[in-house]
Design a protein around this ligand. Sequence first.
Ligand code: SF4
Length: 259
Amino acid sequence: MTRSATETDLGRTRRARRIGRVLTETHPDAHCELDHTSPLELAVATILSAQCTDKKVNEVTPKLFARYPTAADYAAANRAELEELIRPTGFYRNKTSSLIQLGQALVDRYDGRVPGRLVDLVTLPGIGRKTANVILGNAFDVPGITVDTHFQRLVHRWQLTTETDPVKIEHAIGAMFPKRDWTMLSHRIIFHGRRVCHARKPACGACTLTKLCPSYGTGPTEPAAAAKLLKGPRARDLAAAAGVDPELVPVQAVRAEAP
Ligand code: SF4
């Protein structure tokens, strides 16, 4: 029988909060991985991040932000030039259209500024609910839950919800945590998904959540095999936090880019 079949709502919420607390200790470095200094920069970076790693986006944005500092600059952009600048992020024709239309909508409707409300943000070209929550949480300090592919996978593995629609997942998980925690919780879950609980082979034997996770055993449970699957500059700290010898983490894992 799955845990979700026997667990009460209260029990599930308590377990969710314990997971949240363990993740706070496991990923003290969790943050928005898209470099930005303003709501506009974050909106642009989030549009570019579709089907692309944050690292690649961060390689492209310094030049882009210098060349297009305002919404009006995107509105008036030369399409070929903009395409060339963002080409490494993939799907660059669609993304160029989104950026130009975003600039135009901001100039036409919001005086060139990115609005700070969900209802307004989701009306903008290229900005769906997920992107809007990223912008609210990280550029406006308005708590938001970001349901991306990692978030969905992990809350399902933890059997915190059976919902599959991102908006329903957002509401189900949001109800389990104080609002003020939503933004950082999202970062921590996404960090865990990128560094430990991978889609194909999660590092179960080197995970800090083994006692709270009904999907323990989805990936290798043997510490040496699991330690090899950890990723990112803190891979050895992650192993140690899970009670695994950090020496079992190979140097390639430490250098590996979190997807
Ligand atoms: S125990 Fe395995 S499935 Fe569960 S969170 Fe950890 S890595 Fe993911």
